[in-house]
Design a protein around this ligand. Structure first.
Ligand SMILES: Cc1cc2nc3c(=O)[nH]c(=O)nc-3n(C[C@H](O)[C@H](O)[C@H](O)COP(=O)(O)OP(=O)(O)OC[C@H]3O[C@@H](n4cnc5c(N)ncnc54)[C@H](O)[C@@H]3O)c2cc1C
Length: 304
């Protein structure tokens, strides 16, 4: 079988490398090496890359901004793919905004606000991409992706294009099949005065600054909120705020956030996640479910 690295390196509009530390591409700044790491700038390059991966039998994982993932310290024995170039463009239209799967939500929100398109203000301060947001139904302040989405285009692992419409607005769940790659999404927007949009976005951002450890290495909320409850409050009521393991610490500001204080491993974070889960179950009988996506080789918990 030909060397997949050579075949991937042959693709136009793509950059490939091997043994790339994923800690460079995640907001927690942890994660071991991806065996292959490829950035594709066009749909054609994406389809070609998927063809190489399929013939080499390599697993593929798309990474957005890495703000909702925990890759293990031993990394990912497959291909980690990122969408850039024309797969990360934002285009505004009449009461619509369309973006590539690799587009940053910040760029999307700014583009909408500049053109007087309202609806996406809830996403201000969510440090993800459009693809990541579709895969997690990102939301905040009673807004969510699903409620605005009109259409999502994807590519499946065989390289076939698919179109999805009509989305169930389920809390933090993937809106298209998990093994497809989101290449673009179109959101239906409302017209509003630009000043009003900016003020709403600013007020949401102020609330975030007051309630979240912004500027720290985190992945946002670790757990989904259980029905009718707050995961952060439950963890806080277990007395776990400030608890640390290695350089991973449960935030004093928001107990559902774990901060990498500098030099934490994925195993430290994972152990702290499991400690929170165990304590909340023991003290409140509530089973917390992951919001963060755990990826890579199984994590061996550190003994301390
Ligand atoms: C400070 C902070 C605040 C946050 N606040 C919020 C919040 O208010 N609300 C909220 O919902 N989330 C929040 N998050 C979490 C996170 O930012 C969102 O879940 C975001 O949508 C993830 O996007 P991403 O591009 O970083 O995805 P990643 O973390 O890179 O990936 C997440 C999942 O999506 C998949 N994926 C990514 N891109 C694609 C693609 N193009 N095609 C197919 N699959 C893809 C990945 O394989 C993975 O399974 C916060 C995170 C931080 C650090």
């Amino acid at each position: 079988m030909p060397d997949p690295l050579a075949a991937l390196a042959d693709i136009d509009d793509a950059e490939v490398d091997r043994d790339v530390p994923l800690s460079r591409f995640t907001t927690w700044k942890v994660g071991g090496p991806a065996r292959y790491f490829i950035e594709v700038r066009t749909q054609r390059a994406l389809v070609q890359a998927l063809g190489v991966c399929a013939s080499a039998g390599l697993p593929v994982r798309t990474l957005g901004n890495g703000s909702n993932v925990l890759f293990s310290d031993s990394g990912y024995r497959g291909v980690v793919l990122r969408l850039t170039g024309e797969l990360a463009l934002v285009e505004t239209g009449v009461l619509k905004i369309a973006a590539g799967g690799g587009a940053g939500l910040g760029v999307l929100v700014a583009g909408a606000s500049r053109t007087g398109l309202a609806g996406l203000e809830f996403a201000v301060g969510i440090p993800g991409t459009v693809g990541g947001a579709v895969m997690t139904n990102a939301g905040a302040f009673s807004g969510s992706c699903a409620s605005l989405l009109e259409r999502v285009e994807t590519i499946d692992l065989r390289g076939e294009s698919r179109v999805h419409e009509g989305f169930k607005n389920e809390y933090r769940s993937h809106l298209v099949p998990e093994d497809e790659i989101v290449t673009s999404a179109t959101f239906v927007m409302a017209q509003a005065p630009k000043e009003e949009i900016r003020e709403r976005a600013d007020s949401f951002m102020r609330l975030r600054r007051q309630t979240q450890p912004l500027g720290k290495a985190t992945a946002g909320s670790v757990f989904k909120n259980p029905a009718g409850a707050s995961a952060g409050r439950l963890i806080d009521e277990c007395g776990l705020k400030g608890r640390s393991l290695g350089a991973a610490r449960i935030s004093e500001i928001h107990a559902n956030f774990i901060v990498n204080e500098g030099g934490a491993t994925a195993a430290d974070i994972h152990a702290l996640v499991e400690h929170c889960r165990d304590e909340v179950l023991r003290q409140f009988g509530v089973g917390l479910r992951d919001e963060v996506v755990h990826l890579g080789e199984p994590i061996v918990t550190t003994q301390r």
